[in-house]
Design a protein. Structure first.
Length: 242
């Protein structure tokens, strides 16, 4: 199997895993950078993640244009999120955009920030910025990232962090590998639910800076960190693609 064939299969597996775990629903998407051409990435055509298959994966230039000029199928309107991030962050190999309900309150709260509060999400980092499309593009947008100006502005807000919330919309998360991205993304809504529940109980304790740094120092593709990928792929009916 070539590196490109492996990458296309991994994009399909990631879609199915993230749908199975309710990180993606009918909307939202996940991509991988091209393994041999860093100026390209792979992302599905406009299909719901739970039913994405190998034939749905499209190769894109970073500006969101399909490499195959004859590509006529509908494409995700918000694919510019991925190009914006890959253009700014050479270290990023995989990128996710999700609308998971659990994180939305933290995207609009003026007083409470999303924090890593459970161990599996420690490597999300200490700073989780909130991108507000209105800051640069005014208060009459659809809130959707529909061009490279939007995508680049979101990537600038993300900066060197693992994740950024998008006000009233969802979040973007990045990974050093697809396994790294999928593992942390499965736990991000669980982390938000835990923080929200703890807030109802009163004061709570988030991970310390030292704990976050210790989690960030772990090898994201060590066997123990890949255990979820294999398990979820089988649960999602993708064992034949591993
Ligand atoms: Zn969206």
């Amino acid at each position: 199997m070539t590196p490109v064939e492996r990458t296309i299969r991994d994009v399909v597996i990631a879609n199915r895993i993230l749908a199975l775990n309710n990180v993606l629903d009918a909307y939202g998407h996940v991509s991988m950078r091209h393994p041999e051409r860093p100026d390209r990435y792979f992302l599905a055509r406009s299909v719901s993640p739970a039913i994405v298959d190998i034939g749905d994966i499209v190769e894109f230039h970073l500006d969101g244009t399909p490499v195959d000029k004859d590509e006529r199928r509908p494409l995700y309107l918000e694919r510019f999120i991925h190009g914006g991030v890959y253009e700014k962050r050479e270290d990023v190999k995989a990128c996710l955009h999700s609308h998971a309900d659990e994180i939305l309150p933290f995207s609009i709260s003026k007083t409470t920030r999303l924090r890593p509060v459970i161990h599996a999400v420690g490597d999300i980092g200490e700073n989780i910025p909130v991108w507000d499309i209105a800051d640069k593009f005014g208060d009459d947008t659809t809130l959707l990232v529909t061009n490279m100006d939007h995508g680049r502005d979101l990537a600038m807000c993300l900066d060197c962090n693992r994740m950024a919330l998008m006000r009233g919309h969802g979040f973007v998360c990045v990974g050093r590998s697809i396994n790294d991205l999928v593992r942390i993304s499965v736990y991000i809504p669980r982390n938000a639910r835990t923080q929200f529940a703890a807030m109802q109980m009163g004061e709570y304790k988030a991970l310390s800076r030292g704990e976050i740094e210790a989690r960030l120092a772990l090898d994201p593709d060590a066997p123990a960190m890949r255990r979820g990928w294999e398990y979820w792929a089988k649960e999602a009916g993708c064992e034949h693609l591993l």
